[in-house]
Write a protein that binds this ligand. Sequence first.
Ligand SMILES: Nc1ncnc2c1ncn2[C@@H]1O[C@H](COP(=O)(O)OP(=O)(O)OP(=O)(O)O)[C@@H](O)[C@H]1O
Ligand SMILES: [Mg+2]
Length: 279
Amino acid sequence: MTENAPEGGSHARTGPVATATGAQRTITAAIGEALVSARGLQKSFGDRRVMRNVDFDMLVGDITVIIGKSGSGKSTLLRALAGLTEPDDGRIMFDGEVVFEDRQRTPVWKEVDSYIGMIFQSYTLWPHMDVAKNLTLAPRKKLGMSEAEAMERAKRSLAEVGMSEHLHSRPAQLSGGERQRAAIARALMMEPKLLLCDEITSALDPPVAAEVLGVLRRLKEEEGIAVALVTHDMAFASKAADRVVFFHEGEIAVNATPDEAFNRSDNAELKKFVDAVRF
Ligand SMILES: Nc1ncnc2c1ncn2[C@@H]1O[C@H](COP(=O)(O)OP(=O)(O)OP(=O)(O)O)[C@@H](O)[C@H]1O
Ligand SMILES: [Mg+2]
């Protein structure tokens, strides 16, 4: 069992496992400690610089909300943390170990990458498979889990997001909110320590977005995970955030508490941004 996992009950974590790509490292960061630290991240596409010297920390037990104009670099940062984009420079630490440096992933990356889950707005579930199949595919393939064990875990993950009755539903039979909750359940199958959510509530109406937020809150409190949430919805952002990060032209212009960011910041760009989206 990992250091900060709750003991016993249906939420008991099974702890590090041998994955298809290597052993998982035990995560030791406790609530309030840094799970992820990025320093000096740079990324350009052609001559367009989309991350400029980005320093970014995520603490276990925190929801960090990332806001900023379209094209400011929010998704690029999440993709870099998830291993889907390689920065041109800088360093990423995960649980105190260097996982990216000198433009490449270090060997430790393979021992921690299965702790990182990413959920997108549009790419969610395989439409031709039922929920059970969607959930069990990755753990069976990547963790070599038996069908029975994967199914047990699928039931547990669906229960965690209040979706138990949809084990055998197909994505087309689910509402948008149910689909996003199923996508969260799928990410939970790998027992992530870091959950990266890119505009996952954008297509949802406020009550359903609030439901999804409730699920994330319970997870960060009960499972002690770190959550990053990119959103364009400021009401949602101020409700969800323990920490607010404002991106402007590839730079982190503000990194503050929600109260500081939304009510007391003297950053002109942030004020302009918040005023423009507030109505
Ligand atoms: N693979 C790529 N090739 C070329 N340019 C890219 C690529 N990915 C991102 N970009 C560019 O990098 C910039 C930052 O993109 P990014 O997706 O990080 O923005 P964002 O803040 O998430 O925006 P949005 O709010 O619209 O999702 C954009 O100008 C985008 O066009
Ligand atoms: Mg984006």
